[in-house]
Design a protein around this ligand. Structure first.
Ligand code: DNO
Length: 345
């Protein structure tokens, strides 16, 4: 596996100089942040990330994310033009040496939490989700805690979007996804890029919004839409694992050859549709990190792995889920875990 670390660009307080000091780190996961979803990334902006990474001896082979604009997911009139733009980005990224693109197909909200600084007994704080709290909140006011959320929507726009998705429903979302994949995967193949869809986080619908990348059955359906290996997965354990019905060890084994990127993080399930983020090791939470890593190694997985959300520890303040300290601890744990499993194989 190749150990990587997410970097939010020049304004990220977690600098490349810090990232390169994490043992066994091979590269960064990043994106162009100054173009709105649907736009074409300039070659100059792409090369700027690559050059900055390489100056610190880090590779830039993974992009997270090239966002899919709502109009593609909704199948709006301008979807074909936006899909063309998407394909252009894929081609440009391939030219720059990128090998894997992580993206998602979640309507409106990306990852969703009810609490950003949930206090834990050891003094750390972390992101947490409680369905009762979320359902009691009004997405049209700013009551929701949405770290992955594009805050640029006005209330009116958001209202319109929620309504459009309610009318669209799951099956039409699948259709629009098919149109997207049928256009993008051949371009990715030509560009030498693996597309890796991120599961919905958490893996169920809310506020009447359809969510489809949620479970084994839907993974099967997704992978069969375009059966080429370039149509693959970002296996995010913390997202899928929020639903205890998802057997992650079994899924890691089953899908290993279509998994191009792994977000390996742990969560602790504390009730029905209620969880909090914890330290990466297996014993910290509800997810069998060892079992998942072992299944991947046993199946010959050699893709990209990154530690995912970290808790805030040692007084660190920063971007929720993306501080340095706990993610670095996670990276070191993952490096050790994979070293042991690979050597014992
Ligand atoms: C959260 C991330 C997600 C992810 C996107 C991929 O921390 O895992 O925001 O980047 O869903 O498109």
């Amino acid at each position: 596996m190749k150990l990587t670390f997410r970097w939010y660009g020049e304004n990220d307080p977690v600098t490349l100089k810090k990232i390169r000091q994490i043992p066994k780190m091979t590269g960064i996961v990043s994106a162009v942040y100054d173009v709105a979803p649907g736009g074409v990334w300039s070659e100059e902006s792409i090369m700027k990330i690559k050059n900055a990474a390489e100056a610190e001896n880090l590779e830039f082979e993974v992009v997270e994310s090239v966002p899919v604009p709502e109009d593609i997911k909704l199948g709006s009139k301008n979807a074909p033009e936006l899909i063309d733009n998407y394909c252009e980005n894929v081609t440009r990224l391939g030219k720059a040496g990128v090998k894997c693109i992580c993206y998602n197909f979640m309507p409106v909200f990306d990852w969703l939490r009810s609490e950003l600084e949930h206090q834990q007994s050891d003094g750390a704080n972390a992101l947490a989700y409680d369905e009762n709290t979320v359902l009691g909140m009004n997405p049209l006011t700013s009551e929701l805690s949405l770290p992955g959320w594009d805050a640029s929507y006005s209330k009116e726009q958001l209202k319109g979007l929620l309504q459009k998705y309610e009318e669209l429903g799951e099956e039409k979302l699948w259709n629009n996804m098919q149109t997207f994949l049928e256009a993008v995967i051949p371009v990715a193949k030509k560009a030498g890029i693996n597309m890796a869809i991120h599961p919905d986080d958490p893996p169920w619908g809310m506020f009447g919004l359809p969510r489809i990348i949620t479970c084994e059955k839907n993974y099967d359906r997704f992978l069969n839409i375009v059966p080429e290996s370039e149509n693959g997965l970002t296996f995010c354990t913390g997202s899928l694992g929020a639903n205890p019905d998802n057997d992650l060890v079994r899924m890691a084994d089953k899908y290993a050859d279509r998994i191009h990127f792994v977000h390996l993080r742990n969560i602790k399930i504390t009730g029905e549709r209620r969880f909090e983020e914890v330290g990466h090791p297996t014993d910290c939470g509800s997810i069998d990190m060892f079992g998942i890593a072992k299944a991947l190694v046993d199946r010959g997985f050699d893709g990209y792995v990154r530690p995912d959300h970290g808790r805030m520890i040692w007084g660190e303040k920063g971007r929720y889920g993306y501080g340095l300290f706990d993610r670095a601890l996670g990276a070191t744990y993952l490096a050790g875990l994979f070293e042991a499993i690979e050597k014992l194989k």
